[in-house]
Ligand binder design. Structure first.
Ligand code: AOF
Ligand code: ZN
Length: 370
C-alpha cells in the first residue's frame, strides 16, 4: 500500500489504469478474497466497470459484464487479476466472460491460487485473445498482502509506531502518552481502513485502552477485526469490548485462556506460544486475515523485530523531544545477535506537522552486501 504515491500513474493502458483504480475501492473490504477491478471497453469507450466488494458477493468481472450488458459482445476486457476458473462462493468468471462473447481479455497478474488459477488458458481455449501486462509490478504490488497470505498462510504485518526527535516512542513509560500530531491520526485511519485486522499487545491495551476503530465512521465504514495479543490472560475490561463498534478477538498463548466469559462480540482464541509470534500470525491467517496493522508498543515491537516478522514499518516522526527518562523502542536489547537486521526506506512524506517514513526489510543477500 502506498501512502505518498499512486502506482497507477505508471500504467500506460487507460483500461488497465482504470481497473487498478477501481480495485483500490475494495482494499480492506474483501478478505479473504483479493480486491479486483474490471473494465469493459468497446471502441476506446468504457461500457461497463466493476470491482469486488466483499467475499461472497460477485467478482469484479461479473459486475462489469452485467453493467455492460449486450455491449460486452466483442468487447475488450481489462482486469487486474486473472479471471477465476473455479466455483468458489461464486461461479467462475471465465464462464461469464465466454458466455458474454468478449473478444479480448487483458490481465494485470496471474491468479496464484491452485483452486482459481489457470483462467487464461480456459479463455484461450474458448477462442478469446488473452494477454498479460508486460509490466505486472503495479498489480503484484497492489495485491502483495493477499498473495503473501496465499503463500505463507499468515497476514502481511504492517507495524506502526511514533518516535520523538530523540527517538523515543512516548514520553512516559507505562502511561498513555501520544507524541504525534493530528496529521498522523488521519494516516492511522487510512492504515486501519486498509487492514483486515488491527492488533495491539495486552500491555498497550491496558495502558491506552484504545478503540482501534476507523473514525469518523458511517453505516458502511469497514471496521477491521480488533485483536488483543497476550502471552497470558486477556485483559477483562477494555473499552473495545463494549463499544459495539466491531468485532474483537483476544489471542492468548494460554491453552485455557480464561474462565471468564467474554462479552458478546468478543472471541477468545489460543495460539501456540512454542511458535512465538508466527503462531499468533498463523492463527490470524487461518481466520482469513490477510493483512494486519500492529499498533505496537515497545514490548511487542521488540518481539516482532527479534522474530523477524515485520513486513513493513510505518514511523511517525514527531517534532518534540521526550528526554532521557522516556521509554525506548527496543527493550531488553542486551547483545542479542537477532537484533542485527536492517530495513530500507521505501516512501516518505509530511502530513500535518509530522514526517512519515515507511520501511521494508532488506533481503538477506542485500544485508550481506552491506
Ligand atoms: C476474480 N475476480 O473479483 C476476485 C477473484 O469464493 P469466490 O468465488 O469469491 O472465489 C475466491 C477466489 O477467486 C479467490 O481466492 C481468488 O483466487 C479469486 N478472486 N477472482 O476473477 C475477482 N476477487
Ligand atoms: Zn472470479
Amino acid at each position: 500500500m502506498n501512502l505518498f504515491s499512486d502506482p497507477s500513474l505508471g500504467i500506460d493502458s487507460l483500461g488497465m489504469r482504470r481497473a487498478y483504480q477501481l480495485a483500490e475501492r475494495g482494499r480492506g473490504l474483501t478478505a479473504p478474497n483479493p480486491f479486483v477491478g474490471c473494465v469493459v471497453m468497446r471502441d476506446e469507450r468504457i461500457v461497463g466497470e466493476g470491482y469486488h466488494h466483499r467475499a461472497g458477493e460477485p467478482h469484479a468481472e461479473a459486475l462489469a459484464l452485467s453493467a455492460a450488458g449486450e455491449a460486452a459482445r466483442g468487447a475488450h476486457v481489462f482486469v487486474t487479476l486473472e479471471p477465476c476458473s473455479h466455483h468458489g462462493r461464486t461461479p467462475p468468471c471465465v464462464d461469464a466472460l465466454i458466455a458474454a462473447g468478449v473478444a479480448r481479455v487483458s490481465i494485470g497478474m496471474p491468479d496464484p491460487t491452485a483452486a482459481a488459477g489457470g483462467g487464461a488458458i480456459r479463455l484461450r481455449e474458448a477462442g478469446i485473445e488473452v494477454d498479460f501486462e508486460l509490466d505486472s509490478s503495479p498489480f503484484e504490488a497492489q495485491l502483495e498482502e493477499w498473495t503473501s497470505w496465499v503463500r505463507r498462510g499468515r497476514p502481511w504485518v504492517r507495524v506502526k509506531t511514533a518516535l520523538s526527535l530523540d527517538g523515543r516512542p512516548g514520553t512516559t513509560a507505562g502511561a498513555r502518552s501520544a507524541i504525534s500530531g493530528s496529521g498522523s491520526l488521519e494516516v492511522t485511519m487510512r492504515l486501519r481502513s486498509a487492514a483486515d485486522a488491527v492488533l495491539v499487545g495486552a500491555a498497550t491495551a491496558l495502558i491506552d485502552d484504545p478503540r482501534l476503530t476507523v473514525r469518523p465512521a458511517n453505516e458502511t465504514s469497514h471496521q477491521p477485526l480488533r485483536v488483543v495479543l497476550s502471552r497470558e490472560h486477556c485483559p477483562e475490561e477494555l473499552k473495545m469490548f463494549t463499544d459495539g463498534a466491531g468485532r474483537v478477538l483476544c489471542l492468548s498463548a494460554l491453552a485455557d485462556p480464561h474462565d471468564w466469559s467474554p462479552p458478546q462480540g468478543v472471541e477468545v482464541a489460543h495460539y501456540s506460544a512454542d511458535e512465538g509470534l508466527r503462531g499468533a500470525l498463523h492463527a490470524l491467517g487461518e481466520r482469513g486475515v490477510t493483512s494486519v496493522l500492529v499498533e505496537a508498543g515497545p514490548g511487542l515491537f521488540s518481539s516482532m523485530w527479534r522474530e523477524g516478522v515485520i513486513d513493513e514499518l510505518v514511523i511517525y516522526h514527531a517534532g518534540g523531544v521526550a528526554g532521557s527518562t522516556a521509554p525506548v523502542l527496543m527493550v531488553d536489547a542486551g547483545d542479542d545477535g537477532d537484533l542485527n537486521r536492517s530495513m530500507r526506506a521505501v516512501e516518505a512524506g509530511v502530513v500535518g506537522g509530522d514526517a512519515i517514513t515507511i520501511w521494508r526489510p532488506r533481503s538477506a543477500e542485500e544485508f550481506q552486501r552491506m
